[in-house]
Design a binder for this molecule. Structure first.
Ligand SMILES: [Cu+2]
Length: 340
């Protein structure tokens, strides 16, 4: 009941995480309320009851009260431990995306959100996700700090230039969920909006087969009307058949000249082979060791090649910072990831 009173003041809960957060939020709000009311009431009563009056003298020198001190130590300790354990469990759920998540790349720019799917399709200010399946966003920014905020899902993550961050949710409610930028990023910050369309499994199946979704029909239409064949989109002047991120990446690694120094099949070159490096450990020339090369390490290796030299190699690699766009970088990393 207490949760419901608060929930009526919150946006709809579009995911399980949202429901859990609301319960936690309600706990925090109501415990704070109870203590606030209790403390203020005691204060008011005491100021009236013990106010200065003629003929009354204050009891001076009150020293300690062991039972009282135990009570005011133990109760708050229990409360903060509850908040800690509960909050930690929720946080852990929020940051660890299930392994079978649908992966979508999100790039913030002044002032729009761009979303990329592995099959190469890309959308501006709209993104389609399936309901009842975990979806993981790999977020970055092309210019300044932004923040990817989906209130209905109760998730928010900074989009940081030069770095990848992730956030995930599992939508439980079909429909349109608004995305805000939650980091002041310039004059049109407030207009930096996008929409997450959570679609039924049936529509999602068609979407990943290459059909396009007409979001205007989502609310009313049957799966047949909502999705258009790729051919139909093309004849309407829509996008051509997209090239998958991995294939785009393969082309870029060749055209940017990486292959002059890096093999993709495990053979040694001027630089280490790119095969099998994602997820594997590496030793550096300065003696440091990295347990697993992740996307952030790989992008550092491309943008700041001399920041950490791989053991056994010289500072031969030129920097590609500013020479590859975020979308190109994403594609190259997706390709390197695929070289198992
Ligand atoms: Cu922004």
């Amino acid at each position: 009941m207490l949760v419901d009173i608060l929930r009526s003041t919150l946006p709809m809960a579009g995911s399980d995480v949202a429901r859990d957060w609301d319960a936690f939020y309600a706990f925090l709000t109501w415990t704070s309320t109870i203590f606030f009311v209790g403390v203020v009431a005691a204060m008011v009563i005491f100021t009236i009851k013990y106010r200065h009056r003629a003929g009354h003298k204050a009891d001076t020198e009150v020293h300690g009260n062991v039972p009282l001190e135990i009570v005011w130590t133990v109760i708050p300790t229990i409360l903060v431990m509850v908040v800690f354990v509960w909050g930690y469990a929720l946080y852990r759920d929020m940051v660890t995306a299930p392994g079978d998540s649908v992966e979508i790349k999100a790039i913030g720019k002044q002032w729009l959100w761009q979303f990329q799917y592995d099959d190469g399709r890309s959308y501006t200010n709209k993104v389609f996700v399936p309901v009842n399946r975990p979806v993981k966003f790999i977020i970055t920014s092309e210019d300044v700090l932004h923040s990817f905020f989906v209130p209905n899902m109760r998730v928010k993550k900074d989009a940081v230039p030069g770095r990848y961050t992730t956030v995930w949710f599992e939508a439980t409610a079909e429909g349109a969920h608004i995305v805000y930028c939650a980091e002041y990023c310039g004059t049109q910050h407030s207009g930096m909006l996008a929409t997450v369309y959570a679609v039924s499994p049936e529509i999602w199946r068609r979407f990943i087969q290459g059909r396009e979704i007409d979001e205007n029909k989502l609310a009313s239409g049957a799966a047949d009307e909502v999705t258009m064949s790729a051919a139909a989109t093309e004849s309407k002047g829509g996008a051509e058949r997209p090239i998958s991120l991995i294939d785009q990446g393969r082309g870029l690694v060749a055209s940017k000249g990486c292959v002059a120094c890096h093999s993709v099949d495990g053979k040694q070159g001027i630089g280490p082979s790119l095969k099998g490096i994602h997820g594997a450990g590496v030793d550096f020339a300065n003696g440091d060791h990295l347990e697993a090369r992740d996307l952030n390490y790989l992008r550092e290796a491309i943008e700041f090649p001399n920041a950490r030299l791989v053991k056994g190699y010289g500072p031969m690699m030129p920097t590609f910072r500013g020479m590859v766009s975020e979308t190109e970088l994403t594609a190259m990393l997706e390709y390197i990831k695929s070289l198992k």
